[in-house]
Design a protein around this ligand. Structure first.
Ligand code: NAP
Length: 264
């Protein structure tokens, strides 16, 4: 179980010491997003050597209490958490609650939206009493509709392949439901699609103070084949997106760095 009591120093702008505070007023103001305006923030953790997960194939084994402090504040500031179906399966997502004790961005429950080509709803979510939203293509929508109420399935086929997902249209569909402040919690395949389509306003990256060695993916990864596949040569096919540093936090106890990068 993570604790949100680790102290933080704000290095840029700063320096400023941010002692643990259950209501997190300073972290909340540092991460505030205007209501009603579509905004996509991604929050990811990577090790010093760029790994997106640890030995258990989960990000939980590479994050820590400093990361947890910001993670909670970002959830409190969101209308909806957006994840790829792979993350839902690997990390065992269930319906989300707003973090206790923090000022919530909205009176509405925190929504969970999945992006999936297959439309396969993870069992834990299918069995729950608060079904997620499912953003999917034509065949995926039929699959998802077997387990989810019809109004939770958002069918947004891509123009090139009706079974592929138009993620931009998916974001528009959830914004039309009043879910404008999107927090994407990964994973790497979904983040690659969002970045490819220029849909990420802000990328929060925690650098976890450990080196895990080769094996895991980076926090941005495309599938090796199929829709949205990574280029065979292993070099980027899109121009680099400039990133401007919004702020940088440092946990003096561990060395964890938490950066907020602005992409648009
Ligand atoms: N370091 C971090 O911050 C972080 C954050 C989250 C997750 N993770 C880790 O990442 C790993 C999972 O990686 P992943 O890349 O498989 O995660 P992912 O992006 O969450 O899942 C990939 C799956 O999500 C669906 N999907 C994602 N993007 C899509 C798109 N544009 N169109 C249609 N479907 C899309 C597809 O589901 P279907 O197969 O159902 O079609 C795809 O197979 C886990 O080990 C997890 O712990 C790390």
């Amino acid at each position: 179980m993570r604790s949100a009591t680790t102290p933080l120093d704000l290095l840029v702008p700063g320096p400023e010491h941010l002692p643990a505070d259950p209501a997190e007023p300073r972290l909340t103001s540092l991460h505030a997003v205007p209501a009603g305006t579509p905004h996509v923030r991604a929050n990811m953790v990577a090790t010093v050597d760029g790994a997106a997960w640890g030995a258990d194939h989960r990000s939980g084994s590479i994050n820590d209490d400093a990361d947890w402090r910001v993670f909670r504040v970002l959830r409190a500031a969101a209308d909806v958490v957006l994840i790829g179906a792979g993350t839902a399966r690997h990390e065992g997502y269930t319906a989300l609650d707003r973090p206790a004790g923090l000022p919530a961005a909205s009176d509405r429950p925190l929504e969970l939206a999945l992006v999936s080509r297959s439309g396969r709803v993870p069992q834990l979510l299918a069995d729950g009493d608060r079904p997620p939203l499912m953003i999917t293509g034509a065949t995926g929508a039929r699959t998802a509709a077997r387990l989810l109420p019809a109004d939770r399935v958002l069918e947004v086929p891509s123009a090139h392949d009706p079974d592929d997902v138009d993620v931009r249209a998916g974001l528009a569909a959830i914004a039309a439901r009043g879910l404008a402040r999107v927090l994407c919690e990964g994973g790497p395949t979904l983040l690659a699609a969002l970045l490819r389509d220029g849909l990420v306003d802000e990328l929060c990256v925690t650098t976890s103070p450990r080196v895990v060695g080769p094996g895991p993916s980076r926090i941005v990864a495309a599938p090796a084949s199929g829709p949205g596949a990574a280029p065979a040569a292993g070099v980027p096919t899109t121009p680099p997106v400039p990133a401007r540093l919004g702020h940088l936090l440092h946990a003096p106890g561990t060395g964890t760095l938490l950066a907020r990068w602005l992409l648009r």
